[in-house]
Design a protein around this ligand. Sequence first.
Ligand SMILES: Nc1nc2c(ncn2[C@@H]2O[C@H](COP(=O)(O)OP(=O)(O)OP(=O)(O)O)[C@@H](O)[C@H]2O)c(=O)[nH]1
Ligand SMILES: [Mg+2]
Length: 320
Amino acid sequence: MPAPAPAPVPAPVAVQAPAAPERKSWLDKLKTGLRKTGTGIQAVFVNAQIDDALYEELESALLMADTGVKATEYLLDDLKVRVKRQMATDAAQVKLLLADAVADLLKPLEKPLVIGEFTPTVIMVAGVNGAGKTTSIGKLTKHLATEGASVLLAAADTFRAAAREQLLVWADRNTVEIVSNEGGDPSAVSFDAVNAGKARGKDVVLVDTAGRLPTQLHLMDELKKIKRVVTKADATAPHEVLLVIDGNTGQNALAQVKAFDETLGLTGLIVTKLDGTAKGGVLCAIARERPIPVYFIGVGEKLEDLETFNAREFAQALLG
Ligand SMILES: Nc1nc2c(ncn2[C@@H]2O[C@H](COP(=O)(O)OP(=O)(O)OP(=O)(O)O)[C@@H](O)[C@H]2O)c(=O)[nH]1
Ligand SMILES: [Mg+2]
């Protein structure tokens, strides 16, 4: 009897953007959202001359959009070089050059989330209260399930029954399994989930954690513990540690990125609520000061409202 052929090892795959029409409607929502940020920046170029006043107004508009002092300075210097090199003569050209500068600045943040290198790929998700963690996990589960990946959710937000229920709704909606233990220890739930993911041959284990502020040190320690315990269940895990940030929080989002990165060592970001923000510039600040890849952008509460990040698209949505 010949030995049975070994199961094929799936190649790692990047979590893809969906088909063009869906992407377009998502992009329209992003544009509408960022218009609040963009209007201030774009207004600077209306009937303007290329002079010091233009750059001064641009500086204020960028700061208002929460681009931060460092990224604003960087963008203005870069823009002046581009304007000189291109010998731009009107403000509309300068606006296009600014879009180029923003796209180039954001480019290093553009990186796909890859799954399949490890089975399961364990993804831990953290963030402050109400940032959009659970919703984003639901949306991400949909993305993954659509691509044929099997997903196990870990309800490591054990504080509130509502949190578990919320995740259960998403789990049902996407026909995925969930490991939960109301009132239990979040580390224990995570440990069980990673083991269950291994035993059941799941492609992805997504760990949802309770919201917390970086200043709540005992809660930050609890996150560290979850991470440690996940590594106990699987020495290579977690493979991704994601921070979800609310796009409306502006410069505070940068502070959150720094604090969570120092505690956990982040591998990626999900930026939510960019459908209603005046603070889209914060991505530039992140690119300049703590360039952690932005895997996804959320522009609404529906399943299809989470999309992969593209630097050029974002710059155009902001300035186009
Ligand atoms: N407009 C908009 N709302 C969003 C987006 N993402 C999440 N939300 C909403 O934000 C609220 C909080 O989302 P959750 O997913 O519960 O946030 P969380 O981080 O899990 O919250 P905690 O677990 O309480 O810390 C919900 O009302 C979501 O529907 C988004 O991209 N756009
Ligand atoms: Mg939650």
